[in-house]
Design a binder for this molecule. Structure first.
Ligand code: ATP
Length: 235
């Protein structure tokens, strides 16, 4: 559903990505982990068109999208949930969700909203509440839900766990797992929280200095001493 081949990208004179290959089929969750500055956020920005790749291809649902503007890539079926967790604070939860439908060629339907509320039931009782009054975890649910309102083929998320209590992280990651299992959603998840990512991912890619240095199932990688000590805090 998402294919990335030979992707190079960066900022002005700084080359950050040096040829990234990855593939996320339907019903699959790929987690990308790596140290600060490895280029994980840059990867997602290059995939979603917020920065223009200098080389390589990005394919969403069979369509080449590299070089297109972000709104065209969104219309091709990619939803990007960025790191900053921005809701429109004075708008209600319902209105925040409704805004996510705008990237779609037709408006989001009540069925789209029901899908989101089934996934994040605690938002149902807060639909009329200004989004700025929600907890951090609930705001993260709104931002993910807003992305899902566009019924994307591919959902990409940048560190959704940052700053959240472990219970909320577990709740959000469980929702991502359900989305994959029950709806066949293709998900690309960038995470610092490797332990949480390992619990939900089908495969994990480890990035270092702009390259994918290892890929495997969580079980494979948990058995790798270097991955253990660098990312899982064990020995
Ligand atoms: P983190 O986990 O800390 O968010 P990351 O793996 O997501 O790290 P990136 O944010 O992609 O890493 O950053 C990769 C490199 O690109 C870093 O050296 C960073 O300083 C640089 N960089 C990021 N954003 C910009 C920007 N807007 N302009 C210039 N350089 C940038």
């Amino acid at each position: 559903m998402l294919e990335v081949e030979g992707l190079h990208a960066g900022y002005d004179n700084l080359r950050v990505l040096h040829g990234i290959d990855l593939s996320v089929p339907a019903g699959h969750l790929l987690a990308v982990i790596g140290a600060n500055g490895a280029g994980k956020t840059t990867l997602l920005r290059a995939v979603s068109g917020l920065i223009r790749p200098s080389a390589g291809t990005v394919t969403v649902d069979g369509r080449a999208v590299d070089g297109l503007r972000p709104e065209r890539i969104a219309a091709a079926g990619l939803a990007h949930v960025p790191e900053n967790r921005l809701v429109f604070p004075s708008l209600t939860v319902a209105d925040n969700l409704a805004l996510g439908g705008w990237t779609r060629r037709r408006s989001a339907t009540p069925a789209d909203r029901d899908r989101v509320l089934d996934l994040f039931p605690r938002l149902r009782s807060r639909l009329a509440q200004p989004a700025g009054t929600l907890s951090g975890g609930e705001q993260q649910m709104v931002v993910i839900g807003r992305g899902l309102m566009a019924a994307p083929k591919v959902l990409v998320l940048d560190e959704p766990s940052v700053g959240l209590a472990p219970r909320l992280v577990a709740e959000i990651f469980a929702a991502l797992g359900r989305l994959r299992d029950e709806q066949g959603q293709a998900i690309l998840l960038v995470e610092q929280n490797a332990r949480a990512a390992f619990r939900v991912a089908d495969r994990v890619a480890v990035m270092d200095r702009g390259r994918v240095v290892t890929t495997g199932t969580p079980a494979d990688l948990a058995g790798d001493d270097r991955v253990q000590s660098a990312y899982l805090g064990g020995g």
